[in-house]
Design a protein around this ligand. Structure first.
Ligand code: KIV
Length: 280
């Protein structure tokens, strides 16, 4: 049957069908989210914060993303897998950007790549699409520029910033992007962008009017008690506490002798045991 086509997403938008995207970075979680019915998985550079222990996405490398994309692709059959292009893998040199995007498809097995930025990356997006590399855009609070923004602040709040964001979204669509992530912008602005584009908008902290939503898996699963993403992250489970409780129970049972029992052990036949006893 193969993976979902990126072109389906535009059809879904035309039909008014909303959809969810989620991040995943490894084999078990990618398998689980696909089994749950997710049509599109992002191997985001949020990898840096939620899996690799960095305090931003900036240190993530091409090799990190290729490695994790391969695991996600091995785990899935149907979902579109989008691989994030890490900081400085596409900003410095367009030829290097093309080679890096190619690596994510050839070595990683991704269906598409995602790049942060507006009009300044439009020529690159066009070149990638012409070369056969599907591109997802990303506007608003683009985490790779967090140092430039001076923190995680809502973007597009002034008339000029909002107009630029709308123009950037249109330019990305014209360059051939198949979807655009809108991160941490006012909901009415996300609505305007969504109404003006034929390609789907995928919101995170962009309100309810986008065609789709994306969440960071570890935030929605409640893996961390002390990671405080902006208010757009919703917890659907508290797995951090559940994992700690399970490991504590295991430690107690090992220390107290309650695990393992006969149920978890392997027996030997009586004759072999008698032979061994005789042999001394
Ligand atoms: O890296 C990531 O997880 C992302 C999403 C927040 C859109 O870019």
């Amino acid at each position: 049957m193969g993976r979902l086509s990126i072109h389906k997403l535009k059809e879904w938008k035309a039909q008014g069908r909303r959809f969810a995207m989620i991040t995943a970075y490894d084999y078990p979680t990618a398998r689980l989210v696909e089994q749950a019915g997710i049509p599109i998985i992002l191997v985001g550079d949020s990898l840096g914060s939620v899996v690799l222990g960095y305090d931003s996405t900036v240190p993530v490398t091409m090799d990190d993303i290729v490695y994790h994309t391969r695991a996600v692709v091995r785990a899935t059959e149907k979902a579109i897998v989008v691989a994030d292009m890490p900081f400085m893998s596409y900003q410095a040199d367009p030829n290097e950007a093309m080679r890096n995007a190619g690596r994510l498809l050839k070595e990683g097995g991704a269906t598409a790549v995602k790049l942060e930025g507006g009009s300044h990356i439009v020529p690159l997006v066009r070149r990638m699409v012409e070369a056969g590399i599907p591109v997802m855009g990303h506007l608003g609070l683009t985490p790779q520029s967090v140092n430039q923004f001076g923190g995680h602040k809502v973007q597009g709040k002034t008339p000029a910033a909002a107009a630029k964001l709308i123009a950037d979204a249109r330019a990305l669509e014209d360059a051939g992007a198949f979807a655009v992530v809108l991160e941490t912008i006012p909901a009415p602005l996300a609505r305007m962008v969504t109404e003006r584009l034929a390609i789907p908008t995928i919101g995170i902290g962009a309100g309810p009017h986008c065609d789709a939503q994306v969440q960071v898996l570890h935030d929605m699963l409640g893996i961390y008690d002390d990671r405080r993403p902006l208010k757009h992250a919703k917890r659907y489970a508290v797995l951090g506490a559940a994992i700690r409780d399970a490991v504590r129970a295991y430690i107690e049972e090992v220390e107290g002798g309650a695990f393992p029992t006969a149920e978890h052990s392997f027996e030997m036949d009586e004759a072999t045991l008698a032979e061994l006893a005789q042999a001394g």
